[in-house]
Design a protein around this ligand. Structure first.
Ligand code: SF4
Ligand code: SF4
Length: 400
């Protein structure tokens, strides 16, 4: 725990999504901070109950942002998980995930084979394969990143690297392709380095701090060699790790890591065009994102991912871009969707409860736009009758 002493004001509870669903002090940010303080002093022993409280946090980061004393509660929770991982309810599953995130391509191939078998013979109903049914992940046909790739613009004026991240790479590679097209169309080369590994967030979230640090070192070594203006990822959690958390984990990070909307917004401003490139009127016939009758702009809700808001100060750029395109933006209360990476798979019911709180309002919109593949995954489990898309797809479509 941080050297600053918690004064128990409760400020950190205000936006805690787990506390909103379960009004139990131990399910709040303050409750977890107090439990971990007692644990670090040896006043309470490690146990399954303590572990459940600490592993039921979404790791959204709202509490650390809200604490008036600047206490980094999420960091305390990560450290607590490192000490308590032997007491988690699904230890073997967590251990399997930890190994899987370190051998992503081998796991991808294995899962593709199992997926194929399951289509003809439903093996996911059999006990050892049941977790795969619970996870309910549909993998892409092939990953986005397959060897070293440089996607060149016709008249390049700069180059950026893409940090694909696990979800974009294996679930939604088309969003990565949209980003590459968008970058090329504003005259940027895009590099996908072959040596990228998982950012380490899932491992760290599961309490495997050392293993996460090893991945961080590999990524930093690989990306620091590239002579690029920015590192862009479609996942705010990956960016948060690379930019902020690696500094604590391995003493090094990369400040040039950013979200796609932050990069596009800054480039279009620099170019003196403002955001007029994204005008709906002139581009409407080419877009896949106007209303069916093409007479009125779509109503859009921008779902701001937690790590965008609390750790990257991002989100306003995306909304500005959407407004410039001409969408009718519906303002909604900001809040977590309940994904939280491995949180969703370890706390399925709580994850759904958090999501259900958002869904009612989201039904008012024609389309939901967000900036995180995890949020896309989560929102699509309940919203099946409208598009739930990444801002990079919208930018690409708007740029034509
Ligand atoms: S906001 Fe900070 S000081 Fe207040 S209860 Fe939470 S951790 Fe303690
Ligand atoms: S990170 Fe989010 S879910 Fe976890 S304690 Fe803080 S506010 Fe609550």
């Amino acid at each position: 725990m941080s050297k600053k002493e918690c004064v128990r004001c409760g400020g950190c509870k205000a936006l805690c999504p787990t506390y909103r669903e379960d009004a139990n002090e131990a399910m709040s940010a303050r409750g977890r901070a107090v439990l971990l303080k007692k644990f670090s002093r040896g006043e309470i022993k490690p146990s399954k109950t303590l572990s459940d409280r600490i592993f039921s946090c979404v790791l959204c980061g709202a509490c650390s942002r809200l604490c008036p004393l600047g206490i980094n509660i999420t960091d305390t929770i990560y450290k607590g998980r490192n000490n308590l991982r032997g007491f988690t309810k699904r230890r073997i599953f967590c251990f399997g995930l930890m190994l899987g995130f370190q051998k992503r391509y081998a796991v991808f191939k294995l899962l593709k084979v199992l997926e194929g078998i399951n289509r003809t013979f439903p093996i996911y109903k059999i006990r050892p394969f049941k977790p795969l049914r619970d996870i309910d992940i549909r993998l892409a046909g092939s990953p986005l990143r397959d060897g070293v790739s440089i996607f060149r613009a016709v008249r390049p004026k700069g180059r950026v690297a893409l940090f694909a991240g696990c979800a974009t790479n294996f679930l939604y590679p088309y969003t990565g392709k949209a980003l590459i097209n968008g970058l090329n169309s504003i005259n940027y080369d895009a590099i996908l380095p072959a040596v990228e590994v998982c950012c380490g967030a899932p491992l760290r979230g599961l309490g495997f701090e050392k293993e996460a640090a090893r991945l961080a070192e590999k990524n930093i070594r690989a990306f620091k060699k590239l002579n690029v203006e920015a590192i862009i990822s479609l996942c705010p959690t990956c960016i948060h790790l690379i930019k902020n958390e690696y500094k604590g984990l391995i003493g090094d990070g990369m400040d040039i890591a950013m979200e796609a909307s932050q990069f596009f917004s800054s480039k279009l401003k620099e170019g003196g065009n403002g955001l007029k490139d994204f005008r709906l009127q002139s581009r409407a016939p080419k877009l896949n994102i106007v209303s069916a009758n093409r007479l009125s702009p779509l109503s859009v809700i921008y779902h701001a991912p937690c790590h965008s808001i609390y750790n990257l100060d991002a989100g306003s750029e995306a909304i500005q871009i959407l407004k410039s395109i001409g969408f009718n933006i519906i303002d909604v209360e900001r809040g977590c969707c309940g994904f939280g990476g491995t949180f969703r798979f370890l706390n399925q019911r709580l994850s759904e409860d958090i999501l259900n709180r958002r869904i009612g309002e989201y039904r008012k919109a024609d389309m939901i736009v967000t900036a995180c593949p995890g949020c896309i995954f989560q929102l699509r489990t309940k919203i099946r009758d409208k598009r739930v898309v990444h801002i990079a797809e919208v930018i690409n479509e708007a740029l034509g």
